[in-house]
Design a binder for this molecule. Structure first.
Ligand code: KG4
Ligand code: ZN
Length: 348
């Protein structure tokens, strides 16, 4: 029996989760999450220093909830998402985790945030029930599509991977967030755009930069074209009505998803994976899931449970357990550092 406490503070979600693992089975004992959406939404995006302040406030509250029913001295390991993410948020999380590790005299699994999005597909968020860890077919093509990243990887097994592509400018989720801001829809943009897009009766065509070139992504040209389109419509018709907002939401979302799926299909042809994983915040979008199933035929596609697509502590705890099962050694607290920028070498 192994108990792992996972802590997430890379961006604007403060999360702590406690899991119990026994061979290929796990049980979630706690999955506490405090979203900071209310703090950041007036700014139309995450303000790093405010995120850090919120983590400092939230983490002790979340831990107290767990301490009420669980003696923390029974924990075997901590797992902590060390990046990529926002530096002030990561530093705040690190301070909390190192203090706890010292107090409890426990080792830590440093978890790469992107890898945690990949590993999130093995588990369902069901409290107090033993569940089998989902196995997937390797090699697997993994796309992490979130607010900060649009990265494609080829995983030979749970640990061995190479990066095939990434965005050269904005991330897909960031483009949806910026698009929502252009439409005056609030933050985070992805879920609002998804809702509006469902009501659309028409759509506009938008450019797909870099589509034919390699496996990298580019979304900033699309954002500029979207802004120009919105301005043209406003000039012609005045303020945007609901019908236009829905049409524009659908156009942006559909174009981003078509780019993503086109690149995945291209990578499938080259690398012939046995499975596809689409994960990260944007993978919460049900329209993306539907389009993927239609567009990527004859290949097994895995998505995380919708509520585990976005950041949370459970993804970090389960990542710690997967590393444990794969015989990766945890680290002492004085070996832990945070990495705001992505570092491939750091992905284990
Ligand atoms: O993985 P995540 O929680 O944080 C990062 O690691 O960045 O992803 C957040 C991103 C935001 O850009 C948000 O707009 C997007 O995921 N997102 C969605 C949906 N839910 C969250 N995008 C599209 N459709 C959704 N339902
Ligand atoms: Zn994330």
């Amino acid at each position: 029996m192994v108990y792992i406490l996972g802590i997430e503070t890379t961006c604007d979600e403060s999360g702590i989760s406690l899991i119990e693992g026994k061979e290929k089975k796990v049980r979630i004992l706690a999955n506490e999450l405090r979203s900071q959406i209310k703090t950041h939404s007036p700014f139309g995006g995450v303000v790093p220093i405010l995120a850090a302040r919120e983590h400092k406030k939230n983490l002790p509250i979340l831990l107290k909830k767990i301490e009420k029913f669980f003696d923390l001295r029974k924990i075997d390991f901590l797992a902590f998402s060390v990046g990529p993410g926002l530096l002030p948020a990561l530093v705040q999380g690190k301070e909390f985790v190192l203090n706890l590790a010292k107090k409890l005299n426990k080792k830590i699994y440093p978890i790469n945030h992107l890898q945690a999005h990949f590993y999130s597909i093995v588990i369902k968020n069901k409290l107090n029930k033993w569940q089998k860890i989902r196995n997937i077919e390797f090699p697997s093509l993994v796309l992490v599509v979130s607010g900060g990243h649009t990265n494609m990887y080829f995983f030979e097994n749970w640990l061995k991977f190479k990066k095939l592509g990434e965005t050269i400018d904005d991330a897909a989720g960031e483009s949806l967030d910026k698009g929502a801001r252009i439409l005056g829809l609030g933050y985070p943009g992805g879920p609002i755009i998804e809702k509006k897009a469902k009501l659309a009766k028409k759509s506009y065509s938008l450019p797909k930069p870099l589509l034919e070139k390699g496996l990298n992504f580019s979304f900033s040209g699309l954002k500029t074209a979207f802004l120009e389109l919105v301005n043209d419509i406003k000039k012609a018709k005045g303020d945007l009505d609901e019908e236009e907002i829905s049409a524009l939401s659908l156009s942006l979302q559909k174009t981003i998803f078509e780019i993503i799926l086109f690149k995945i299909r291209k990578a499938i042809k080259i690398y012939q994976p046995k499975s596809i994983v689409i994960t990260g915040g944007v993978s919460a979008n049900l329209s993306l899931r539907r389009m993927a199933r239609k567009f990527l035929k004859n290949v097994k596609i895995y998505f995380p449970q919708k509520e585990l697509s976005t950041d949370n502590g459970l993804n970090i705890a389960i990542s710690g357990y997967i590393l444990y099962l794969n015989k990766v050694e945890p680290k002492d607290f004085n070996q832990i550092d945070v990495f705001p920028r992505e570092r491939s070498s750091h992905l284990l």
